[in-house]
Design a protein around this ligand. Sequence first.
Ligand code: FUL
Length: 395
Amino acid sequence: MGMFCHFGMNTFTANEWGKGDDSPEIFNPTDFDARQWADIAKKAGCKYLMLTAKHHDGFCLWQTETTDYSVKSSPWRGGKGDVVRECAEACREYGIKFGVYLSPWDRHEPCYNDPALYDEYYSRQLTELLTGYGDIYEVWFDGAGSEGRKYDWHKWLSIVHRYQPNAMVFNMGIPTIRWVGNEVGLAPYPCWNTAEAARVSMFTDDMTTWLPETSNWVPVECDVPIRNQKWFWHAGEEDCIRPLEELIRIYYHSIGHGANLLINLAPDNTGKIPQCDADRLLEMTEKMKRRFCCPLFEGTGQGTSVTWDLPGETRFNHLILMEDISQGERVKGYQLKALTHDGWKTIIGDGIAIGHKKIDRFDTVTATKLLFECTACDAEPLLRSVRAYYVEDRS
Ligand code: FUL
């Protein structure tokens, strides 16, 4: 799980997509505190934080040499502030990874209409971000607004590979991680780790054209804003914060289907994440931590048919299965059975993928043994972990 932070010019206007003509004068958070963002991410158990270093309006949150349309021209910290730097430092301090979103679509930059010039312009921005701020864990290439546009992905990816060879690359060029294809946080099932293409953006059904060097191992990331359809903070929209039950549903349908969940909490115009958004996220993550902290049974397994002895009569209604994906995603079909007083009972009859993680929920059973039967696979199943839980409150 990671935390997305959409912050920028739109935080100070009513826009989700600024046109690139808002004055830098209005960018002036009064109490900017990236450590507060990192602290929330850490408490929620997020392993990484992604920042919109530049959104579609072209306004840059770092001290770039490429344009004046940046924090340098704003009154914030006398034009000396650098959101990217403070964020990178806060993440380091809190022990979480840091990633950057750099919108290819740029509604401010005049050279955007000249593809060769813009490819070069964007290359310089990417180079600044990937050389000036320490380790970058993920580079987020958003397809929105770029439908049909051709960029020099070879050039851009060579920059990523040169300066941040370990960075995850989101959805474009030579991606290592792909978009789920929606912004509601729900991954389909099965959600295979391998794919040859993914959807480009919300505004087209076109699929990405990845460069031939792309590996077909491209796991899914589910990005979703905690405020329904709002990536940026806007005053008076607290009622858009998704209810706890919806966040739990998202958890089961993203993480529970083996995907990464990247949940957006937008800092407000003071430069802090509103307490109500943070509280809702922590309500969800605390609940899931309590739910899955203490398995009643934990095992591993290898082979197409594996039986485990449970610790006596065990009452459970959740199983979390994990494959050893360092050896690939091998299982293509499975069943789970439990030995009850009445004999073997099928608790999952139609399992398909497991991959990194599959959370299965079913009616409570009391059993002394658990049986995994693989019904289809590419190679011998390697189960890195099998854990059983009883969850009282299943809402
Ligand atoms: C979309 C953008 O248009 C939204 O503003 C947001 O940045 C989201 C993560 O991606 O495609």
